[in-house]
Design a binder for this molecule. Sequence first.
Ligand SMILES: NC(=O)c1ccc[n+]([C@@H]2O[C@H](COP(=O)([O-])OP(=O)(O)OC[C@H]3O[C@@H](n4cnc5c(N)ncnc54)[C@H](OP(=O)(O)O)[C@@H]3O)[C@@H](O)[C@H]2O)c1
Length: 332
Amino acid sequence: MAVDTVRWGIVGPGRIAGKVVRDFAHLEGAEAVGVASRSAQRASDFATEHGIARTHDSYGALFADPEVDVVYIATPHPQHRAIALAAIAAGKAVLVEKAFTVTPAATREVVAAARAAGVFAMEAMWTRFQPAIVRLRELIADGAIGEVRAVQADLGVRQPYDPSDRFYDPAVGGGALFDLTVYPISLAQMVLGEPDSVLARGLLAPSGVDTEESVLLTFPGGRTASLFTSLQCLTPGQARVVGTDGWIDVPPRFHHPDRVVLHRAGKDPEEFLAPATGGGYFHELEEVSVCVRDGRTESAVMPLADTIAVQDVMGLVADQLGVHPQEGPAEL
Ligand SMILES: NC(=O)c1ccc[n+]([C@@H]2O[C@H](COP(=O)([O-])OP(=O)(O)OC[C@H]3O[C@@H](n4cnc5c(N)ncnc54)[C@H](OP(=O)(O)O)[C@@H]3O)[C@@H](O)[C@H]2O)c1
């Protein structure tokens, strides 16, 4: 597909969709042209609020809209699989919110479908596109901290137990794993690659979803990542990448930082300020729009192989914690 203005459709006008859509104001050559909700009223309200021209009262109707090139899937994670498969079958490029799916098998299924159809697909892991994270990768690649040995990261929020809340409801992918732990696992995968072992210990809520966990990943060469996430403890949300010649701090909150700080023995800390544009979602929207315009089927920054690697780790973490996520049906 080669198009001039990349035309986006929004699926699932909830909390995150409302934030992401604001960043289209910063984009050139891309536009949010349509929104689909299971409710005509919600689609219409969202369209009015955000100046979107076309509304659809079903996701399927948006997939059938010839004026839409890319679909942004912002429904709860157990609904991503069915919606992404339907969008891909209709020939649409897809940007799928994190967590991509709730099982590794479903991630492979969506990736296989996109590859077979030759359409673009990407996980909306916005962290990878933050200018400060781009700087982190450059510093590491330049050897600023020598050989990278370890990643440490935490991400905790205080979300008191409420079985009706999305965060604690298994039917909509509740639990720390898919909303929080996906971030430090993805950061570790970005820096260290695929782990050769995964150890996870944590706590379950009465609804059966995970409330809190520590995850230890080991990588070839004895490198490690130690990660802590929680739905019951507020934590700084800080990350640190440690190498043989120093370390780089990614200050809170590390999944959308505005700077990184380089520390080297015998030298003053060096701060690299690199704030995001808009709400920080602009960068992933720009990446997808450029890829689609250029007829590419994957992003080099957030490739599908990395999404599969992250989902494989999450699958092992889920097994070890004793949670049993199920891909849900989606109302199309
Ligand atoms: N990147 C980020 O910073 C970030 C932040 C928060 C969340 N997220 C991700 O974004 C996704 C959505 O999170 P959210 O907080 O925006 O959720 P939300 O506010 O509950 O919105 C989800 C939307 O999905 C639609 N939907 C479709 N099937 C549904 C079902 N069975 N149950 C409930 N809603 C359903 C609903 O829209 P209609 O009924 O109107 O169609 C709803 O408004 C999750 O995968 C989450 O991990 C990402």
